[in-house]
Write a protein that binds this ligand. Structure first.
Ligand code: SF4
Length: 384
Protein backbone atom coordinates (compact mmCIF):
# COMPACT_ATOMS: atom_id res chain seq x y z
CA UNK A 1 0.00 0.00 0.00
CA UNK A 2 1.33 3.39 -0.88
CA UNK A 3 -0.17 6.88 -1.07
CA UNK A 4 0.39 9.12 -4.10
CA UNK A 5 2.34 11.55 -1.86
CA UNK A 6 4.90 8.88 -1.15
CA UNK A 7 5.47 8.15 -4.83
CA UNK A 8 5.86 11.87 -5.54
CA UNK A 9 8.35 12.21 -2.66
CA UNK A 10 10.75 10.13 -4.72
CA UNK A 11 10.06 11.95 -8.02
CA UNK A 12 13.31 13.99 -8.02
CA UNK A 13 15.49 11.08 -6.91
CA UNK A 14 17.39 9.69 -9.92
CA UNK A 15 16.61 6.06 -10.81
CA UNK A 16 14.39 5.64 -7.75
CA UNK A 17 11.63 4.41 -10.07
CA UNK A 18 11.06 3.14 -13.57
CA UNK A 19 8.08 3.55 -15.89
CA UNK A 20 6.87 0.59 -17.94
CA UNK A 21 4.78 1.45 -20.99
CA UNK A 22 3.63 -2.14 -21.42
CA UNK A 23 1.43 -1.64 -24.48
CA UNK A 24 0.41 1.10 -26.83
CA UNK A 25 -3.01 -0.48 -27.36
CA UNK A 26 -6.17 1.00 -25.87
CA UNK A 27 -9.86 0.34 -26.58
CA UNK A 28 -10.88 3.96 -25.81
CA UNK A 29 -10.74 6.81 -28.32
CA UNK A 30 -10.10 9.88 -26.14
CA UNK A 31 -9.59 12.98 -28.26
CA UNK A 32 -6.60 14.13 -26.21
CA UNK A 33 -4.74 10.78 -26.00
CA UNK A 34 -1.05 11.67 -25.80
CA UNK A 35 0.00 8.28 -27.20
CA UNK A 36 -2.55 8.24 -30.09
CA UNK A 37 -3.49 4.77 -28.88
CA UNK A 38 -5.95 2.49 -30.69
CA UNK A 39 -6.95 -1.11 -30.20
CA UNK A 40 -4.64 -2.20 -33.03
CA UNK A 41 -1.66 -0.10 -31.91
CA UNK A 42 1.73 -1.71 -31.32
CA UNK A 43 2.30 -4.29 -28.60
CA UNK A 44 5.54 -6.17 -27.96
CA UNK A 45 6.06 -9.59 -26.35
CA UNK A 46 5.34 -9.83 -22.63
CA UNK A 47 8.53 -11.77 -22.06
CA UNK A 48 10.70 -8.71 -22.77
CA UNK A 49 9.03 -6.70 -19.96
CA UNK A 50 8.96 -9.66 -17.58
CA UNK A 51 12.64 -10.39 -18.11
CA UNK A 52 13.54 -6.80 -17.25
CA UNK A 53 11.49 -6.97 -14.04
CA UNK A 54 13.26 -10.25 -13.20
CA UNK A 55 16.53 -8.31 -13.07
CA UNK A 56 15.37 -6.42 -9.93
CA UNK A 57 17.02 -7.77 -6.79
CA UNK A 58 16.68 -6.76 -3.13
CA UNK A 59 20.15 -5.18 -3.42
CA UNK A 60 19.52 -3.36 -6.69
CA UNK A 61 15.95 -2.38 -7.49
CA UNK A 62 13.87 0.71 -8.09
CA UNK A 63 11.79 1.95 -5.18
CA UNK A 64 8.73 2.14 -7.45
CA UNK A 65 7.59 0.47 -10.65
CA UNK A 66 4.93 2.41 -12.54
CA UNK A 67 2.92 0.77 -15.31
CA UNK A 68 0.85 2.48 -17.96
CA UNK A 69 0.17 2.29 -21.70
CA UNK A 70 -1.90 2.73 -23.88
CA UNK A 71 -4.11 0.82 -21.49
CA UNK A 72 -1.96 -1.27 -19.16
CA UNK A 73 -4.92 -3.38 -18.02
CA UNK A 74 -5.29 -4.86 -21.50
CA UNK A 75 -2.39 -7.01 -20.23
CA UNK A 76 -3.61 -7.85 -16.73
CA UNK A 77 -1.43 -10.93 -16.38
CA UNK A 78 1.68 -8.93 -17.22
CA UNK A 79 0.72 -6.17 -14.76
CA UNK A 80 0.28 -8.77 -12.04
CA UNK A 81 3.54 -10.55 -12.84
CA UNK A 82 5.57 -7.33 -12.93
CA UNK A 83 3.97 -6.23 -9.63
CA UNK A 84 4.80 -9.61 -8.06
CA UNK A 85 8.39 -9.53 -9.32
CA UNK A 86 8.75 -5.97 -8.03
CA UNK A 87 7.37 -6.91 -4.63
CA UNK A 88 9.63 -9.95 -4.36
CA UNK A 89 12.61 -7.62 -4.78
CA UNK A 90 11.22 -5.09 -2.27
CA UNK A 91 9.86 -2.53 -4.77
CA UNK A 92 6.34 -1.13 -4.77
CA UNK A 93 4.14 -0.80 -7.82
CA UNK A 94 1.55 1.48 -9.39
CA UNK A 95 -0.73 1.08 -12.39
CA UNK A 96 -2.58 3.78 -14.30
CA UNK A 97 -5.76 2.80 -16.15
CA UNK A 98 -8.46 4.52 -18.20
CA UNK A 99 -11.01 2.07 -16.70
CA UNK A 100 -12.26 0.82 -20.08
CA UNK A 101 -14.08 -1.96 -18.21
CA UNK A 102 -15.86 0.32 -15.72
CA UNK A 103 -19.37 0.17 -17.16
CA UNK A 104 -19.43 -3.64 -17.29
CA UNK A 105 -20.57 -4.23 -13.73
CA UNK A 106 -18.05 -5.97 -11.50
CA UNK A 107 -14.34 -5.72 -12.30
CA UNK A 108 -13.47 -8.76 -14.46
CA UNK A 109 -11.52 -11.33 -12.45
CA UNK A 110 -8.13 -11.17 -14.26
CA UNK A 111 -8.17 -7.38 -14.03
CA UNK A 112 -9.09 -7.48 -10.35
CA UNK A 113 -6.16 -9.81 -9.67
CA UNK A 114 -3.84 -7.34 -11.45
CA UNK A 115 -5.22 -4.41 -9.44
CA UNK A 116 -4.92 -6.41 -6.21
CA UNK A 117 -1.27 -7.10 -7.00
CA UNK A 118 -0.20 -3.44 -7.24
CA UNK A 119 0.36 -1.15 -4.27
CA UNK A 120 -1.38 1.86 -5.80
CA UNK A 121 -4.12 2.11 -8.40
CA UNK A 122 -4.65 5.29 -10.37
CA UNK A 123 -7.42 6.13 -12.83
CA UNK A 124 -7.41 8.75 -15.58
CA UNK A 125 -10.38 11.07 -15.63
CA UNK A 126 -11.14 14.16 -17.71
CA UNK A 127 -13.78 15.48 -20.07
CA UNK A 128 -12.55 13.23 -22.91
CA UNK A 129 -12.43 10.05 -20.82
CA UNK A 130 -15.95 10.88 -19.70
CA UNK A 131 -17.10 10.71 -23.34
CA UNK A 132 -15.89 7.08 -23.28
CA UNK A 133 -16.49 5.96 -19.69
CA UNK A 134 -19.21 7.54 -17.54
CA UNK A 135 -18.08 9.38 -14.44
CA UNK A 136 -20.52 7.38 -12.30
CA UNK A 137 -18.88 4.11 -13.44
CA UNK A 138 -15.39 5.43 -12.57
CA UNK A 139 -16.63 6.45 -9.13
CA UNK A 140 -18.22 3.01 -8.59
CA UNK A 141 -14.90 1.24 -9.29
CA UNK A 142 -12.94 3.63 -7.07
CA UNK A 143 -15.44 3.18 -4.26
CA UNK A 144 -15.21 -0.61 -4.52
CA UNK A 145 -11.41 -0.45 -4.28
CA UNK A 146 -11.41 2.16 -1.50
CA UNK A 147 -13.83 0.08 0.55
CA UNK A 148 -11.38 -2.82 0.29
CA UNK A 149 -8.63 -0.55 1.68
CA UNK A 150 -6.79 0.00 -1.61
CA UNK A 151 -4.70 3.13 -2.09
CA UNK A 152 -6.18 4.87 -5.14
CA UNK A 153 -5.80 8.23 -6.87
CA UNK A 154 -7.07 10.11 -9.89
CA UNK A 155 -4.97 11.69 -12.63
CA UNK A 156 -7.02 14.55 -14.03
CA UNK A 157 -6.19 16.71 -17.01
CA UNK A 158 -7.73 19.97 -18.15
CA UNK A 159 -7.14 23.06 -20.21
CA UNK A 160 -5.63 25.13 -17.40
CA UNK A 161 -6.38 26.68 -14.00
CA UNK A 162 -9.59 28.34 -15.24
CA UNK A 163 -11.05 25.26 -16.92
CA UNK A 164 -14.58 24.95 -15.40
CA UNK A 165 -14.46 21.18 -15.92
CA UNK A 166 -11.61 20.91 -13.41
CA UNK A 167 -13.43 23.01 -10.81
CA UNK A 168 -16.49 20.78 -11.20
CA UNK A 169 -14.78 17.39 -11.16
CA UNK A 170 -12.39 18.13 -8.29
CA UNK A 171 -15.27 19.44 -6.13
CA UNK A 172 -17.38 16.38 -6.91
CA UNK A 173 -14.56 13.93 -6.16
CA UNK A 174 -13.93 15.64 -2.82
CA UNK A 175 -17.63 15.46 -1.91
CA UNK A 176 -18.18 11.95 -3.18
CA UNK A 177 -15.19 10.41 -1.41
CA UNK A 178 -14.92 12.62 1.69
CA UNK A 179 -11.45 13.82 0.67
CA UNK A 180 -10.04 10.29 0.66
CA UNK A 181 -8.97 10.24 -3.02
CA UNK A 182 -5.85 12.26 -3.92
CA UNK A 183 -5.81 13.94 -7.33
CA UNK A 184 -2.90 14.94 -9.53
CA UNK A 185 -4.16 17.66 -11.86
CA UNK A 186 -2.11 18.46 -14.97
CA UNK A 187 -2.60 20.37 -18.20
CA UNK A 188 -3.51 18.37 -21.29
CA UNK A 189 -0.28 17.63 -23.05
CA UNK A 190 0.03 18.87 -26.68
CA UNK A 191 0.98 15.43 -27.99
CA UNK A 192 -0.68 12.55 -29.79
CA UNK A 193 -4.28 13.26 -30.77
CA UNK A 194 -4.29 16.56 -28.82
CA UNK A 195 -1.51 17.79 -31.08
CA UNK A 196 -4.08 18.43 -33.82
CA UNK A 197 -6.29 20.79 -31.83
CA UNK A 198 -4.62 21.97 -28.61
CA UNK A 199 -3.19 25.47 -28.82
CA UNK A 200 0.47 25.21 -27.88
CA UNK A 201 1.80 27.48 -25.23
CA UNK A 202 3.80 30.23 -26.86
CA UNK A 203 7.40 30.73 -25.88
CA UNK A 204 7.96 33.75 -23.72
CA UNK A 205 10.56 36.29 -24.74
CA UNK A 206 13.89 35.16 -23.37
CA UNK A 207 15.69 37.33 -20.88
CA UNK A 208 18.40 35.74 -18.79
CA UNK A 209 18.53 31.96 -18.50
CA UNK A 210 18.75 30.61 -14.97
CA UNK A 211 19.25 26.96 -14.07
CA UNK A 212 15.89 25.16 -14.24
CA UNK A 213 16.44 21.48 -13.35
CA UNK A 214 14.42 18.88 -15.22
CA UNK A 215 13.10 16.66 -12.42
CA UNK A 216 11.14 14.44 -14.80
CA UNK A 217 14.38 13.08 -16.23
CA UNK A 218 15.02 11.32 -12.90
CA UNK A 219 13.07 8.14 -13.73
CA UNK A 220 13.89 5.99 -16.79
CA UNK A 221 10.93 5.34 -19.09
CA UNK A 222 10.47 2.03 -20.93
CA UNK A 223 8.49 2.63 -24.11
CA UNK A 224 5.94 0.12 -25.47
CA UNK A 225 8.72 -1.11 -27.85
CA UNK A 226 11.24 -1.71 -25.05
CA UNK A 227 13.42 1.33 -25.72
CA UNK A 228 14.49 3.08 -22.54
CA UNK A 229 14.81 6.86 -22.44
CA UNK A 230 15.71 9.31 -19.72
CA UNK A 231 12.25 10.86 -19.80
CA UNK A 232 8.82 10.16 -21.27
CA UNK A 233 8.56 13.12 -23.62
CA UNK A 234 5.87 11.91 -26.00
CA UNK A 235 7.33 13.47 -29.15
CA UNK A 236 10.56 11.60 -28.47
CA UNK A 237 8.78 8.34 -27.61
CA UNK A 238 6.68 8.61 -30.79
CA UNK A 239 9.72 9.23 -32.97
CA UNK A 240 8.24 12.60 -34.06
CA UNK A 241 11.60 14.08 -33.25
CA UNK A 242 14.72 11.97 -33.72
CA UNK A 243 15.74 10.48 -30.39
CA UNK A 244 18.38 12.80 -28.95
CA UNK A 245 21.38 10.50 -28.31
CA UNK A 246 21.85 11.91 -24.81
CA UNK A 247 18.36 10.74 -23.76
CA UNK A 248 18.85 7.12 -24.90
CA UNK A 249 19.55 4.75 -21.99
CA UNK A 250 19.24 1.38 -23.68
CA UNK A 251 16.75 -1.36 -24.55
CA UNK A 252 15.21 -3.94 -22.22
CA UNK A 253 15.77 -6.72 -24.76
CA UNK A 254 19.50 -6.27 -24.08
CA UNK A 255 19.91 -4.32 -20.86
CA UNK A 256 18.91 -5.22 -17.31
CA UNK A 257 17.92 -2.90 -14.47
CA UNK A 258 21.45 -2.49 -13.00
CA UNK A 259 22.72 -1.40 -16.44
CA UNK A 260 19.87 1.05 -17.06
CA UNK A 261 20.16 2.41 -13.52
CA UNK A 262 23.89 2.95 -13.88
CA UNK A 263 23.38 4.84 -17.16
CA UNK A 264 20.57 6.94 -15.69
CA UNK A 265 22.81 7.87 -12.78
CA UNK A 266 26.05 8.40 -14.70
CA UNK A 267 25.17 9.70 -18.19
CA UNK A 268 26.81 13.15 -18.04
CA UNK A 269 24.19 14.87 -20.22
CA UNK A 270 21.26 13.44 -18.27
CA UNK A 271 22.97 14.45 -15.01
CA UNK A 272 23.47 17.98 -16.35
CA UNK A 273 19.84 18.24 -17.56
CA UNK A 274 18.66 17.09 -14.13
CA UNK A 275 20.85 19.60 -12.35
CA UNK A 276 20.60 22.67 -14.58
CA UNK A 277 17.99 22.11 -17.32
CA UNK A 278 18.53 22.21 -21.08
CA UNK A 279 18.19 25.95 -21.62
CA UNK A 280 20.87 26.79 -19.10
CA UNK A 281 23.22 24.22 -20.67
CA UNK A 282 22.65 25.64 -24.14
CA UNK A 283 23.01 29.21 -22.95
CA UNK A 284 26.12 28.48 -20.94
CA UNK A 285 27.94 26.01 -23.18
CA UNK A 286 26.33 26.16 -26.65
CA UNK A 287 27.98 27.96 -29.51
CA UNK A 288 24.95 30.25 -30.00
CA UNK A 289 23.07 30.12 -26.67
CA UNK A 290 19.43 29.09 -26.06
CA UNK A 291 16.92 30.46 -28.55
CA UNK A 292 13.26 31.17 -27.88
CA UNK A 293 13.20 29.28 -24.60
CA UNK A 294 10.48 29.80 -22.06
CA UNK A 295 11.66 27.90 -19.01
CA UNK A 296 9.50 25.69 -16.81
CA UNK A 297 7.71 22.58 -17.97
CA UNK A 298 4.50 20.71 -17.48
CA UNK A 299 3.05 17.24 -17.79
CA UNK A 300 1.79 14.51 -15.52
CA UNK A 301 3.59 12.03 -13.26
CA UNK A 302 4.46 9.97 -16.35
CA UNK A 303 5.09 12.57 -18.96
CA UNK A 304 8.05 14.50 -20.10
CA UNK A 305 7.56 18.22 -20.25
CA UNK A 306 5.17 19.85 -22.66
CA UNK A 307 6.10 23.52 -22.79
CA UNK A 308 7.34 25.28 -25.85
CA UNK A 309 11.09 25.88 -25.77
CA UNK A 310 12.30 23.85 -22.82
CA UNK A 311 12.21 20.31 -24.25
CA UNK A 312 12.86 21.57 -27.77
CA UNK A 313 16.14 22.97 -26.52
CA UNK A 314 16.90 19.62 -24.90
CA UNK A 315 16.35 17.76 -28.17
CA UNK A 316 19.09 19.70 -29.97
CA UNK A 317 21.67 19.79 -27.16
CA UNK A 318 23.82 17.05 -28.69
CA UNK A 319 23.73 18.65 -32.13
CA UNK A 320 25.83 21.49 -30.83
CA UNK A 321 28.99 19.52 -30.08
CA UNK A 322 30.20 22.26 -27.77
CA UNK A 323 27.53 21.29 -25.19
CA UNK A 324 28.33 17.57 -24.68
CA UNK A 325 32.04 18.41 -24.79
CA UNK A 326 31.72 20.99 -22.00
CA UNK A 327 29.39 18.73 -20.01
CA UNK A 328 31.83 15.80 -20.27
CA UNK A 329 34.69 17.98 -19.11
CA UNK A 330 32.72 19.14 -16.07
CA UNK A 331 31.10 15.80 -15.25
CA UNK A 332 33.71 14.36 -12.90
CA UNK A 333 34.69 17.49 -11.07
CA UNK A 334 33.86 17.30 -7.35
CA UNK A 335 32.06 20.67 -7.60
CA UNK A 336 29.73 19.27 -10.29
CA UNK A 337 28.81 16.27 -8.13
CA UNK A 338 28.24 18.60 -5.21
CA UNK A 339 25.88 20.83 -7.25
CA UNK A 340 23.98 17.75 -8.43
CA UNK A 341 23.59 16.45 -4.87
CA UNK A 342 22.45 19.86 -3.64
CA UNK A 343 19.92 20.25 -6.46
CA UNK A 344 18.49 16.82 -5.70
CA UNK A 345 18.33 17.59 -1.96
CA UNK A 346 16.57 20.89 -2.60
CA UNK A 347 13.99 19.22 -4.84
CA UNK A 348 13.43 16.42 -2.32
CA UNK A 349 13.14 18.96 0.49
CA UNK A 350 10.63 21.01 -1.54
CA UNK A 351 8.47 17.89 -1.48
CA UNK A 352 5.57 16.41 -3.45
CA UNK A 353 3.42 19.55 -3.39
CA UNK A 354 6.19 21.59 -5.02
CA UNK A 355 6.53 18.91 -7.70
CA UNK A 356 2.75 18.95 -8.30
CA UNK A 357 2.81 22.75 -8.49
CA UNK A 358 5.61 22.79 -11.04
CA UNK A 359 4.57 19.88 -13.25
CA UNK A 360 0.82 20.01 -12.80
CA UNK A 361 -1.69 22.87 -12.48
CA UNK A 362 -0.49 24.81 -9.41
CA UNK A 363 -3.98 25.84 -8.29
CA UNK A 364 -4.84 22.18 -7.67
CA UNK A 365 -1.47 20.97 -6.38
CA UNK A 366 -2.65 20.52 -2.78
CA UNK A 367 -5.11 17.85 -3.90
CA UNK A 368 -2.29 15.31 -4.16
CA UNK A 369 -2.26 15.16 -0.36
CA UNK A 370 -5.93 14.27 0.15
CA UNK A 371 -6.29 11.22 2.37
CA UNK A 372 -2.60 11.22 3.28
CA UNK A 373 -1.69 10.06 6.75
CA UNK A 374 2.03 10.88 7.22
CA UNK A 375 2.28 8.43 10.15
CA UNK A 376 1.46 5.57 7.74
CA UNK A 377 4.58 6.17 5.65
CA UNK A 378 6.40 2.88 5.00
CA UNK A 379 10.12 2.95 5.76
CA UNK A 380 11.33 1.46 2.47
CA UNK A 381 14.47 2.86 0.88
CA UNK A 382 16.01 6.21 1.63
CA UNK A 383 15.68 9.62 0.08
CA UNK A 384 18.54 11.88 -0.88
S1 SF4 B 1 14.02 18.71 -20.76
FE1 SF4 B 1 12.20 17.69 -21.66
S2 SF4 B 1 13.04 16.32 -23.25
FE2 SF4 B 1 14.76 16.92 -21.91
S3 SF4 B 1 14.92 15.32 -20.35
FE3 SF4 B 1 13.60 16.93 -19.51
S4 SF4 B 1 11.50 16.29 -20.03
FE4 SF4 B 1 12.90 15.15 -21.35
Amino acid sequence: MVHLMEILRYRPVPASAVFFGITRRCPLHCKHCSTSSMLDSEEYPEQMFRKFAESFTPENRPEFVLMSGGEALLRPRLVREIAELARAAGSRSHVLSGLYFADRGRIPRPLKRAIDAVDHFSASLDRFHEEEVPRASVFRILRELLDEGKDVSLQLTGLGPDDPYLADITAEVRREFDDRVPMLVAPISPHGRADAWLLKRMPLPKSTVDPSPCAVSAWPVIGFNGQVTACGNQDVMDGKVPLPPHLYLGHIARDDWPTIKERALENPMVRAIRAAGPEYLMDRHGSTGAEGSSGGNGGSIGDGCGSAGYCETCWVLSKDTAVPRAVRELADRPATRLIERQTESLLVEAGPLAFARQYGIAKYADLVSLGHDPSRRTPAGSLA
